[in-house]
Design a protein around this ligand. Structure first.
Ligand SMILES: Cc1cc2nc3c(=O)[nH]c(=O)nc-3n(C[C@H](O)[C@H](O)[C@H](O)COP(=O)(O)OP(=O)(O)OC[C@H]3O[C@@H](n4cnc5c(N)ncnc54)[C@H](O)[C@@H]3O)c2cc1C
Length: 385
């Protein structure tokens, strides 16, 4: 294992792995430290936008994603109120608005072909000394150190607290997501549903023969849902979601995730850049988190490859990178946070406002097209692909 690299990535989730993959084959040495020995064993199922798919294609990972289900239509509605919006792929001139795939599948597709010297499993970073670009990590029961021109934190936000000069902002939504697979008595026809309720959004993503469910609820109710017997769970889901996707007939094991908004300012420091959930962890409403993280990677890999090796990690390169990410990042944070503030509350007057908003979007094809493109490519498309 080498003791000096150009780019050291802490965290080999999909975002860290994507960065290693985007840099591989170029004259930049990169190493990823991943704490777990089986990082792909995560129950989440994720919606990747069409823009993310194009990026994964560009870095040679998309062809490894073998079980992705296309989303051709997105149906957005609110429970107990009028108004709905339907977004269609054909209207935006793309074959699909996105694809749904398992976290593990996306992760493995990104790691496939990276050597064990580049993607090091079971290596947990513990201490960072940015003045020297040095990171201490535990590997096979031993403490080791590696130095880098640039340290990239892609560890989901656990270590960021250690870094001086980075402020971490937090907002607890008081909500959990209950996730798992469900089936209805109808084919999904590649339609994804996002239904806003006062307790939080419920999403059904077409996945394989059925749907992947993301049901937002209070922590207490989420705990009860995870433990609930199948028949009772299906009935509760039917009552909550309604019959738009058919009758719920089966479900798998459910898991719970606490939900919060967490973001860092700035996203760069001496010899350091933050990407993915380490930079910003969003509410899963509208499936933005990984898509935004992949756009972080697209921009950072471009900044790294566009500069001389000796300039990697220097302040000029890092501040230009942070500037290039500002609009898209702030847009993603504001968008998801506003959806939760506007839709998850009991103010009756807002019901009509929300309904009017959904209905207006539905009646205006150019607005729908603009909205779909922002969801697919982010706020600065020119910088992404
Ligand atoms: C319920 C739910 C549904 C979601 N749905 C969507 C969706 O549909 N679409 C979408 O785009 N996003 C979605 N997201 C968000 C998405 O899951 C995250 O944005 C994405 O997983 C972030 O990837 P990451 O690689 O940055 O972080 P993570 O996936 O958290 O990976 C971080 C990695 O770092 C490793 N690590 C941690 N500490 C250390 C250390 N000290 N040393 C070394 N390694 C370390 C961890 O083991 C892990 O492998 C959803 C999130 C949730 C909770």
């Amino acid at each position: 294992m080498s003791e000096q690299v150009d780019v050291l990535v802490i965290g080999g989730g999909p975002v860290g792995a994507a960065l290693a993959r985007a840099l591989s084959g170029h004259p930049v040495s990169v190493m990823v430290l991943e704490a777990k020995t089986s990082p792909a064993s995560d129950p989440r199922v994720l919606a990747l936008s069409h823009g993310s798919r194009l990026f994964l294609e560009r870095i040679g990972a998309w062809q490894n994603v073998r079980n992705a289900t296309p989303i051709e239509t997105i149906h957005v509605s609110q429970k107990g109120g009028f108004g709905r919006t339907i977004l269609r792929a054909e209207e935006s001139g793309v074959p699909s608005l996105g694809h749904v795939a398992g976290y593990g599948e996306i992760h493995d597709a990104l790691v496939e072909g990276l050597s064990p010297e580049v993607y090091v499993e079971g290596a947990k970073a513990c201490e960072i000394d940015l003045s020297r670009g040095a990171v201490d990590f535990d590997y096979l029961g031993e403490r080791r150190q590696i130095c880098a021109r640039l340290v990239v934190m892609a560890e989901g936000g656990k270590l960021v607290e250690q870094v001086e000069g980075i402020e971490v902002h937090r907002k607890d939504y008081g909500q959990w997501a209950v996730i798992g697979q469900v089936r209805t008595d109808r084919a999904h026809d590649n339609i994804a549903y996002e239904r806003f309720t006062r307790e939080g959004p419920v999403a059904l993503l077409p996945f394989g023969e059925g749907f992947s469910l993301v049901w937002t609820a209070t922590p207490e109710f989420a705990g009860a849902l995870v433990e609930m017997e199948k028949g009772e769970f299906l009935q509760k889901l039917q009552d909550h979601f309604g019959s738009r996707a058919g009758r719920f007939v089966d479900c798998g094991k459910m898991s719970g995730f606490p939900l919060a908004l967490r973001y860092c300012e700035p996203i760069v420091a001496e010899r350091l850049a933050l990407v993915g959930n380490a930079a910003q962890t969003l509410h899963p409403v509208s499936g933005q988190g990984l898509n935004l993280g992949l756009r972080d990677v697209a921009a950072l890999s471009r900044s790294i490859l566009d500069c001389r090796i000796e300039d990697i990690g220097l302040p000029g390169m890092l501040s230009a990178h942070a500037k290039s990410r500002r609009m898209d990042r702030e847009g993603g944070i504001r968008f998801t946070d506003s959806l939760i503030r506007i839709f998850s509350n009991e103010i009756p007057l807002l019901d009509s406002g929300r309904g009017l908003g959904l209905a207006a979007l539905d009646c205006l094809p150019p607005a729908r097209k603009w909205f779909s493109r922002k969801m697919m490519f982010g706020l600065r498309p020119g910088r992404i692909l």
